[in-house]
Design a binder for this molecule. Structure first.
Ligand SMILES: [Fe+2]
Length: 257
């Protein structure tokens, strides 16, 4: 029997209720999703089930590559953060400006960080050979960009409002519109990947990926805010979204620069 949205809704509600009960019983806030979040079906098979393996870099000199920056095959150019200018023509869709700051747990800016994004086009289709959604490709939109944070930890992208898209978690499963973000850190082993959402999306309650963040406040932090000051007259609508790092790698990165 095929899995319905109602089935997934029940599982999401049960997971959320269980989390609220853990909180009420004194358990700590969980900022991150559990890796085996069953409403997101493939997470059950994909998540690691063994503890991390410690690697002795002194025994293998090639491991230094894991600790050194790798920014790609060429330097970042001035249009890498403007996804509307990567082709000859203009992409279809609503232009948006997305900007915010990369901050460590103490609110200090994290400077010079490589931030990469990737996203679907305005029709909800990725320019990727394994993409299966039957929506039009846009010959003027690839959907990938990158930039470095400035002295205040600020990043800025010009792009197109991505469309929602279907996926095959269950019947009639749709992802809310989102942009994937990667924060590189000082080396590949520190890379963090997350997703930014847009305010007031009606698909939020139906999406097991967003709902896998069971803490209400933590989930809200994934949603950008409309910022009229970021909107560019006659050009784009502005969204503000800060990324706050946690853990020792953020501080180490900032002090290492
Ligand atoms: Fe996506």
């Amino acid at each position: 029997m095929s899995l319905t949205q109602q089935d997934i809704d029940r599982e999401i509600a049960a997971r959320h209720a269980a989390y609220e009960k853990r909180l009420a019983d004194g358990a700590p806030v969980e900022h991150h999703p559990r890796r085996d979040y069953t409403p997101y079906r493939s997470s059950v098979l994909r998540h690691p089930v063994q503890p991390p393996v410690a690697i002795d870099s002194a025994q293998d000199p090639e491991l230094v590559e894991l600790y050194s920056p790798a920014f790609g095959e060429r330097d970042i150019t001035e249009i890498d953060n403007d996804l509307t200018r990567h082709h000859r023509g203009e992409p279809v869709g609503e232009r948006i400006t997305v900007s915010g700051r990369l901050l460590d747990r103490a609110g200090r800016p994290v400077r010079g960080q490589l931030i990469e994004i990737w996203q679907a086009n305005s029709a909800g289709r990725y320019a990727h050979r394994r993409e299966q959604h039957d929506a039009p490709l846009d010959p003027n939109f690839t959907g990938a960009g990158r930039t470095l944070t400035d002295a205040e930890g600020r990043y800025r992208f010009t792009t197109i409002q991505p469309g929602p898209y279907p996926w095959r978690n269950h019947v009639n499963a749709w992802r809310p519109a989102h942009i994937h973000f990667s924060v590189f850190g000082a080396a590949f082993t520190q890379r963090l990947v997350t997703q930014m959402y847009f305010p007031n999306d009606p698909l939020f309650p139906y999406d097991p990926i967003l709902q896998s963040v069971t803490d209400d406040a933590a989930r809200q932090r994934l949603i950008a805010t409309y910022d009229h000051g970021l909107s560019v007259p006659e050009f784009s609508l502005g969204y503000h979204w800060d990324i706050v790092l946690d853990g020792p790698s953020a501080t180490w990165t900032e002090e290492g620069r």
